[in-house]
Design a protein around this ligand. Structure first.
Ligand code: CA
Length: 241
């Protein structure tokens, strides 16, 4: 597998609070992650940086191809939990960081099997046979309103509180983490992104870019499109292909 990543400040923000990281540990194991920070003056940047580094280090040290599905899940969940503890601890030490947090979406591929954990509204998609499908379900206010039937998917896109997330890494002593085992991903690929991409480009637009762009240029093309569509937020994409 190959992995590519790109982050961009966008056209309206004064700082980039997104972070991404990835690693190809060997021919059997690789992983990628995206974190989108929030809170305070610099809190968002600090939170996403702590999360990216903590998760990266744990996965780097503990992901090995011999692990069972349950063991992979345990490593991924532990990595995000440790990030949660590290951010929360830091926020208690420095008052200006109080309440800071971050999203996290992490994908690992071991011997062709895909695994995803996430918290917040950063997303994972699967791209297979020319079709893009969303793997993760946002932990966001608008997603829960859609599920309750109070607003439509269409209304969610322009909702005034579309940025409000209902779960974040680092805002409390513990965090609930969602896990998905994708099974054998075959010739498919995985796209991770922050809401600066998924909120600015619709799924059909992203799918068209994935279909028409060489894999090593996919992240740049997606970021360019989100900027063309307004660039209202920081934009980040990681592509495992
Ligand atoms: Ca964002």
């Amino acid at each position: 597998m190959m992995i590519y990543g790109k982050t961009d400040i966008g056209r309206h923000r004064s700082s980039n609070q997104d972070e991404f990281a990835y690693s190809i540990l060997n021919e059997r194991v690789c992983f990628g992650l995206v974190c989108d920070g929030m809170g305070g003056e610099n809190g968002g940047q600090v939170a996403s940086a702590i999360a990216a580094q903590t998760i990266y280090e744990i996965l780097h040290d503990h992901l090995t191809p011999e692990l069972t599905d349950e063991q992979v899940k345990a490593v991924l969940v532990q990595a995000v939990s440790r990030a949660n503890e590290a951010i929360y601890r830091r926020s208690l030490q420095q008052p200006e960081y109080l309440g800071m947090g971050t999203t996290a979406v992490v994908a690992a591929v071991l011997d062709g099997k895909g695994y995803v954990v996430h918290v917040g509204d950063s997303r994972a998609y699967r791209f297979k046979a020319g079709e893009l499908s969303q793997i993760t379900k946002d932990h966001s206010l608008v997603q829960s309103l859609v599920e309750q039937g109070k607003i439509t998917q269409e209304q969610a896109k322009d909702h005034p509180q579309k940025n409000m997330i209902t779960r974040a890494v680092g805002v409390a002593s513990k965090v609930d983490i969602d896990f998905v085992c994708l099974g054998d991903i075959g010739s498919g690929s995985i796209l991770l992104c922050s809401d600066g991409l998924s909120g600015l480009c619709d799924q059909a637009e992203m799918e068209e870019i994935l279909l028409s762009t060489p894999p090593n240029q996919v992240c740049e093309a997606l970021v360019d499109q989100a900027n063309q569509n307004g660039g209202f937020d920081n934009i980040t994409a990681v592509y495992l292909c």
